[in-house]
Design a protein around this ligand. Structure first.
Ligand code: AMP
Length: 420
């Protein structure tokens, strides 16, 4: 396998899959450009060598071509950060893209329109009627898989080499993240710097684990994280669970949670997790107290309550001081730390304190020699908000990809390059 450092991109056209899926506000201003910045070392290396990057990315989850998810909105920032006037092809597989890719000179950069404007990127059928029969679904799936081959081949045809620097989508076997690699020989494909750094960071956590190993899981999406939590139970010594999922656990044990966020269909699973942690000897640390609010707003009236005794009309939006103390204690004594998801609604200044305490404790542990890996869009936004990104060991750009990798799954985007 090639590494990007060994590559000489002189006179090469390079299809670079990046993850420029950045958050935009209602006026299409980028609110956090971490993901663009993260791909700069790879793009700059290609330019420095005298190559020409052809950048492919997705943005959001469009159902087809739509202005809202056009990558043209981020073009000025990409140009500014790269210091090169980046060209734009307004259709990733149209004539425009083919002509612009063909005309590209060393040192020039082309950004392709959102790859997910085509269903072929993900290889999943779109626009199926809700009452479609199984047969119709199967036929549509087959059709999109067929046209996906042409789509992938077209993307591959623009370039001599392929570089995957999109860790955020490495867990997806999409056209541009995995399938395209088949069109390039072993010496004509590699990870970009970002991807390589992400892999190194995760492998340090998983294979070179210094104990105690503590995972802190927060956020609101209980359903999407609960399975990952189960898997982490086999790997960690301490598991801190906080954020919105706190209340699913509290309710599962008969707690009164007022209006707090909850997933009623996951109550049994919450109990299973508590039991599994006991069985496996994992120290499961759940929030015991909450900072409560009388509405989901920064200006809400606030108070504190045990997580299992919240009055109706009130909801837990952050952890309380007892939980903060307990979390910080565990974190500060850890040697390996994985953090995904804020422990409260950190976007509201009045409910950011718990998340800040977690971040500070991670920084302190890192100073004492722990390896700390922070991943997931919201934890990254939080650590950036607090200005602490440079004081932890590694800030991942991956959410789902990071967690699946931590679980020990083989990620298609990684396998496509290195074979495993
Ligand atoms: P996720 O995408 O699942 O990581 O969720 C991140 C979101 O969870 C953030 O936007 C937080 O504001 C939100 N969150 C954290 N704690 C709570 C809570 N107690 N109630 C509601 N939302 C929360």
């Amino acid at each position: 396998m090639q590494t990007i450092d060994n590559f000489d991109f002189k006179n090469k056209k390079v299809f670079v899959r990046v993850d420029f899926n950045v958050p935009l506000d209602e006026n299409f201003n980028i609110t956090d450009d971490t993901r663009i910045r993260a791909a700069l070392p790879t793009l700059k290396k290609i330019l420095k060598d005298g190559g020409s990057p052809i950048i492919g990315s997705h943005l959001g989850r469009p159902k087809g071509a739509t202005d809202k998810y056009s990558l043209k909105h981020i073009l000025p920032r990409v140009s500014e950060l790269l210091g090169v006037e980046v060209e734009f092809a307004n259709d990733c597989v149209g004539e425009d893209a083919t002509a612009k890719a063909a005309a590209l000179q060393p040192g020039q950069v082309l950004l392709l329109e959102n790859l997910r404007f085509y269903a072929e990127e993900e290889g999943k059928p779109r626009g199926l009627a809700e009452d479609a029969t199984e047969e119709e679904v199967a036929k549509a799936k087959k059709a999109v898989k067929e046209s996906q081959k042409e789509f992938t081949k077209k993307l591959a045809s623009y370039a001599d080499t392929y570089v995957n620097d999109a860790f955020g989508t490495a867990h997806r076997a999409h056209a541009s993240t995995a399938l395209i690699a088949d069109y390039f020989g072993a010496d004509a494909k590699s990870f970009g710097y970002l991807m390589q750094n992400e892999i190194n960071a995760v492998e340090k956590v998983l294979s070179d684990t210094q104990r105690p190993f503590t995972a802190i899981m927060g956020g609101s999406k209980v359903s999407s994280k609960i399975d990952i939590i189960k898997n982490l139970l086999d790997k960690v010594d301490n598991l801190i669970l906080a954020g919105g999922m706190t209340y699913t656990f509290a309710k599962a044990y008969g707690g009164k949670i007022g209006n707090s966020i909850v997933e009623n269909d996951k109550l049994a699973l919450a109990q299973e997790i508590v039991n599994a942690a006991k069985e496996k000897g994992v120290n499961l640390v759940l929030a015991t107290d909450a900072k409560i609010a009388d509405s989901f707003s920064n200006d809400a009236k606030t108070g504190y309550a045990p997580v299992n005794n919240i009055a109706d009309g009130w909801e837990g939006l952050d952890v309380g001081p007892d939980s903060e103390k307990a979390f910080a204690e565990v974190i500060k004594n850890s040697k390996t730390i994985l953090w995904n998801g804020p422990v409260g609604v950190f976007e509201f200044q009045n409910f950011e304190h718990g998340t800040r305490v977690v971040a500070d404790a991670i920084v302190e542990a890192t100073k004492k020699g722990a390896f700390s890996l922070i991943g997931g869009g919201d934890s990254v936004a939080a650590i950036n908000k607090f200005g602490l990104a440079d004081e932890v060991s590694y800030v991942s750009t991956g959410g789902g990809a990071l967690l699946e990798f931590i679980e020990g799954k083989v990620l298609p985007g990684i396998k496509a390059i290195r074979g495993y």
